[in-house]
Design a protein around this ligand. Structure first.
Ligand code: UFG
Length: 322
């Protein structure tokens, strides 16, 4: 059985939808930001906290867990600067409680959700896994700390792990059943679509004086279902013994500016956005684009969905008005 911690959240719930097709799944989630309705009904659901040893004892002693996938983290850069304790407490300390429980129950396989924020402001156009990590905010640091702990646990206790550094996750499940639902929403694509639906007055573009062709920030958008499939390949690689430790970027390899994203949303919906130019948002690197060649070469994964596909799926979801 596979334990998915944070399986009620945006990315976790999309992973669970794919994983239940192949494996038995138990989801542990405290529902602080996730949604019970987002968890596929074929998965067992346990409400509990990864930082609570009793909750973990109960799950690990009830189910025969082969591997743990960990999605239960806070992930807002700005919030992490304002409230670092929240990030070090949940993303680092609670994660240590989880991997200590794994050690206690002799569960050695771990898939960890990490982030492009571990790279900080990279000095290369295309980021590979060899690019220097140098996070510039507590969120990125919290993720890198856990990556380092995992390397130490691998050496000391024989832990096996795959770290997946996501670039900009976006899009929704193909049926429109589940999608992105954050409170508050800070991500670009949902914000643009909500504006196009009339749920927001305007869209603020954070900075138009960056050193990029149109002056707005460039990001690498990756469909959440592509992310889910990468997790399943990573899990298979660990369970089959093909890999014992690995770090992979997950992106499309293509960069789109904020303006291009807004234009693509307008084209997809046939609506016109109300855009306001605003100041830069603190902590935003000008450009973050991934090379995902390593995971392609080693596990055969590559992104299948384009920015247009991502936006079409997100539109299907947002138009439902959930
Ligand atoms: N943006 C706007 N207006 C908005 C929202 C976003 O102009 O209302 C811009 C941002 O400034 C940025 C781009 O759109 O340039 C994308 O912003 P998002 O908030 O959608 O995503 P981020 O790139 O900030 O964040 C993502 C993940 C984080 C991760 C980070 C790595 O959500 O978890 O990439 O830098 F840390």
């Amino acid at each position: 059985m596979i334990l998915v911690v944070g399986g009620a959240g945006y990315i976790g719930s999309h992973l669970v939808k794919e994983l239940v097709k192949e494996k038995e799944v138990v989801v542990l989630d405290n529902l602080s930001t996730g949604h019970r309705w987002a968890v596929d009904e074929k998965a067992v659901f346990v409400e509990g906290d990864l930082g609570n040893s009793e909750d973990l004892d109960s799950v690990f002693s009830t189910y025969n867990i082969d591997a743990v996938m960990h999605f239960a983290a806070y992930s807002l850069v700005g919030e992490s600067v304002a409230e670092p304790m929240k990030y070090y407490q949940n993303n680092v300390a609670a994660t240590l409680t989880l991997i200590e429980a794994m050690k206690k129950y002799d569960v050695k396989n771990f898939i960890f959700s990490s982030t492009a924020a571990t790279y900080g402001i990279p000095d290369v156009e295309i980021i590979t896994e060899e690019t220097q990590t140098n996070p510039i905010n507590p969120y990125g640091r919290s993720k890198l700390m856990v990556e380092q702990v995992l390397a130490d646990y691998a050496r000391a206790y024989g832990f096996q792990y795959v770290v997946l550094r996501y670039f900009n996750a976006a899009g929704a499940y193909e049926t429109g059943e589940i999608g992105e639902k954050h409170h508050p929403e800070t991500h670009l694509i949902p914000i643009v679509l909500e504006q196009l639906l009339g749920e927001r007055e305007s869209i603020s573009v954070f900075g138009s004086d960056y050193d990029t062709p149109d002056g707005t920030c460039i990001r690498d958008y990756i469909h959440v279902t592509d992310l889910a499939k990468a997790h399943i390949l990573a899990l298979e690689a660990l369970l089959s013994g093909k890999k014992s430790t690995a770090v992979y970027n997950l992106g499309n390899g293509l960069g789109y500016s904020v303006r291009e994203v807004i234009e693509t949303c307008e084209k997809a919906t046939g609506r016109s956005a109300n855009v306001i130019m605003a100041d830069r948002r603190e902590g935003d690197p000008a450009r973050l684009v991934a090379s995902s060649e390593k995971i392609f070469n080693e596990l055969g994964w590559k992104a299948e969905f384009s920015l247009e596909d991502i936006i079409a799926s997100a539109w299907k979801w947002h138009s439902r008005g959930i």
